[in-house]
Design a protein around this ligand. Sequence first.
Ligand SMILES: [Zn+2]
Length: 337
Amino acid sequence: HGPHPQPICYLLCFLSAPSRIQGTRPISLTAAAMGFFGSGKAGDSGGKERLTLQNVTEFIRKKECQRVVVMVGAGLSTPSGIPDFRSPGSGLYSNLQQYNIPYPEAIFELSYFFQNPKPFFTLAKELYPGNYRPNYAHYFLRLLHDKGLLVRVYTQNIDGLERAAGIPPDKLVEAHGTFTTATCTVCRRSYAGEDFRGDVMADKIPHCPVCTGMVKPDIVFFGEVLPHRFFLHKTDFPMADLLFIIGTSLEVEPFASLAGAVRSYVPRILINRDLVGPFAWQPQYSDVAQLGDVIGGVEKVVELLDWNEELQELIQRETEKVQRDHAGICCLKSRNS
Ligand SMILES: [Zn+2]
């Protein structure tokens, strides 16, 4: 917060989030499940039993929830060691300190970027694909996809760990952009982020091979429009029959308002350190909050679903793949040298 504009907040007015106040009836839930939801108006638990995590995981097991939308924020990636550029103590923070940035958010402001792109590329170097690994919670989302349950993951994170976990790009909305692609700030040509890996790692500012303009990774800066894909929310949320909200404070708009864009009886599971957003100020009987450690919360869900073995196998496979790839790169290097 503070005096600086929130990214993209002007887009809030485009959000249509009236659905939770309309008390429509479930269509994909059995009569037994409907007993929990009843027909009470939104925001009024009317003495009905609140849903529990057990109830919701039972819906998944019985295939009564099959269109899962997920919203994630920084709390999902903290266990992967992704540093917060505003937190003193991290290496990234001290690397950025040398530039005397007027305030931390300035590194995402275009005017500052054109004046001094180095701080942003210091962050880019840290977060470029490959430095960090997805964690247990990312792979849980991958497993949702493998089981055909995932409609979409909406992420505020720019670390690319959802992709790294093997969730296909078409299942992702990277609301604040990505380092996997980049655009020339002058001629607007689009490039693969990989094309500039060498420059970024060598602390060089990447330039367009065609027009020599500065190339900027496709991270959404303050005042820039959101990726077109963000507007998939207009169909994704109304059709969802389950919403997971993981590791986000639900403070940054327009992302935060999406939590209210599912139908009123649709279960919403918050897995987060604290109670946030509508879970705090207007809890409904279809809301479930699993508070505390994010990985611990996801483990609880996985255990109730009895997916633990499958998830461990997936993580094992993916870890071996990374080690093989890494070994491959090393062999290639030694052969070339
Ligand atoms: Zn160019």
